[in-house]
Structures are given as C-alpha cells and as structure tokens.
Design a protein around this ligand. Structure first.
Ligand code: SF4
Ligand code: SF4
Length: 265
C-alpha cells in the first residue's frame, strides 16, 4: 500500500503530482471550477462529495497554491483499519507524497503502531523522501522504519536550488545518516536532459555514492511530462538513450547496483 501524504517542503519544477505540495487553505477558488457540484464551502471549510466527482481534475488546475480539495482526512485508527482489511494482499506500506516526513509525527506513530500490532507486524514500513529532514527527525522514525528511498535531485547546489527551491546539504547529510543507520533502501536520480545528466553531475554523484558504498542501490528515473505543471513541461523528456548513457557513466565510475526504468513513456 502506498499512502500519499499531503504537503511538501520542496517545490520541484519537475514534480509529477504538484497538487500534493500544499495544504488547502479553504479559499474556495476551486468551487466555481467544479462543473459536477462536488465542491462547496461549508462553515468556511472546503467540502468534497466524492459521489458526484467525475475526476476531471479541473480543481487541481485552478488551485493557486498547488493544494487538492479532494484529499481524505484519515486518523491513525482509520489507516490501521484499512491495513488490517487488506493485509492479506499486502507486503508492506510506503509513505510518499508530497514529502511524507512533513507529517513526521503521524508517520512515526503509524509505523510504531504497525510494528507493535501482531496482525500487521509482518508488513514492511518504507519512506519515500526528498531527504530534507535532520538527524533528530530521522532518529524518531527509524526505530520503526525498514528503509528509506531517497531522492538526490542534483549534486550541484545551484542546480538543486533551481530544481527544488532548496539547498541539497540536508539531502546529502540524510543519505550519509541513513547509510550509517543501515536504512538506506535506495537512492534515486531523476535524469533530466541538460540538467542532471552532465558529466560533472554524474561524476559528482558517483564520487558521493562511493563514499557510502559503491553497491548502494541507485534507481534512475526518466523525466517525463505526465502531471508536470509550469515551465518544465517544455523541457526535453529523457529517452532510453539518455538514461543508458547516464547508467554507463555511473557503471564506468564503479557503481554496481543501478536500476533503469522498465518502460519509457
Ligand atoms: S475532479 Fe475536482 S473539479 Fe472535477 S468533478 Fe471532481 S471535485 Fe469537481
Ligand atoms: S484546493 Fe486550492 S483552490 Fe480549492 S479551496 Fe483549497 S486552496 Fe482554495
């Protein structure tokens, strides 16, 4: 099961689900845009009627802050109940987003409850993260976490700032911390032609990963336009040849556990 949590501390130009970035502020701008009458303001709060919604996504397009009026509000017992209901079909749960660690207290409580529940303890608990969390935060959640999949958006600080609006210092610190804690499930690189596929970028990434362990799993994802909003829609997508070239550079530099996309859009 993947639980997508709302809210993010990065604002990535290439985000494929930008409507997860912000929390709704109940402004009501999306109500008039909903042709199906699924949205209304009730006592100053946005109300969503899923029965009327035909999933046209117009509300996501008009929201001025990259929020989503269709989110479900779930507390811990509700998520645990959903897991118990479906557990026979599940190997584990991954929290993603948005940036899941923005809701660190909830994730920590959820994973702790899973690991302490005999009917759920067999499930793996994984976090999909941008790495913008300090050691004190990781320390809270790692005792209940099996692994973290961590994005390295770029090694060059200026490129990282351009892509995400944030510095990459904390991301690299997180990679080191998680590796030392034995919880770095895999690193991920989004291959963006002209931005993250240069010799300098790939060489710096290989050098960094080798300081951890050359056998650290690294997943290459190919930048595509699906879901992307804003100027990055005009950036070139990454094709198979581009990703193969990046993979060859990384393997040539001594990395031994690279995964490439199974399909290209
Ligand atoms: S996706 Fe949004 S705008 Fe479209 S019908 Fe559903 S609530 Fe309304
Ligand atoms: S989803 Fe966006 S447009 Fe709709 S009420 Fe919330 S903040 Fe306003």
């Amino acid at each position: 099961m993947v639980l997508f949590l709302q809210g993010c501390n990065f604002s990535c130009a290439t985000c494929h689900n930008p409507h997860t970035m912000a929390l709704c502020n109940d402004c009501g701008d999306c109500v008039a845009a909903c042709h199906a009458g699924s949205l209304s303001l009730v006592n100053g709060h946005i109300h969503f009627d899923p029965a009327a919604c035909d999933q046209c996504d117009e509300c996501l397009r008009v929201c001025p802050i990259h929020a989503n009026p269709m989110v479900q509000h779930m507390d811990l017992p509700e998520v645990l109940e959903r897991l118990r209901r479906d557990s026979v079909f599940l190997d584990g749960i991954t929290v993603s987003g948005g940036e899941a660690t923005v809701q660190l207290k909830f994730v920590t409580a959820l994973f702790k409850a899973i690991k302490q529940d005999q009917s759920l303890a067999q499930l793996t608990c994984l976090i999909d993260s941008n790495g913008h969390l300090g050691p004190a935060g990781w320390k809270q959640v790692l005792p209940w976490t099996d692994g973290v999949m961590l994005d390295i958006k770029a090694m060059d600080p200026e490129t990282h700032m351009r892509l995400t609006g944030r510095n990459n210092g904390k991301v690299l610190e997180s990679a080191r911390y998680l590796h030392e804690a034995g919880r770095l499930e895999e690193l991920r690189l989004l291959v963006i032609p002209g931005l993250t596929d240069s010799v300098a970028e790939i060489s710096a990434l290989a050098t960094f990963i080798k300081t951890l362990d050359p056998a650290t799993p690294l997943r290459l994802n190919a930048f595509q336009h699906h879901g992307v909003a804003g100027p990055a829609r005009d950036w070139p997508a990454a094709d198979r040849a581009c990703v193969e070239r990046v993979a060859a550079m990384l393997e040539g530099a001594g990395l031994s556990a690279i995964t490439k996309p199974a399909v290209y859009l």
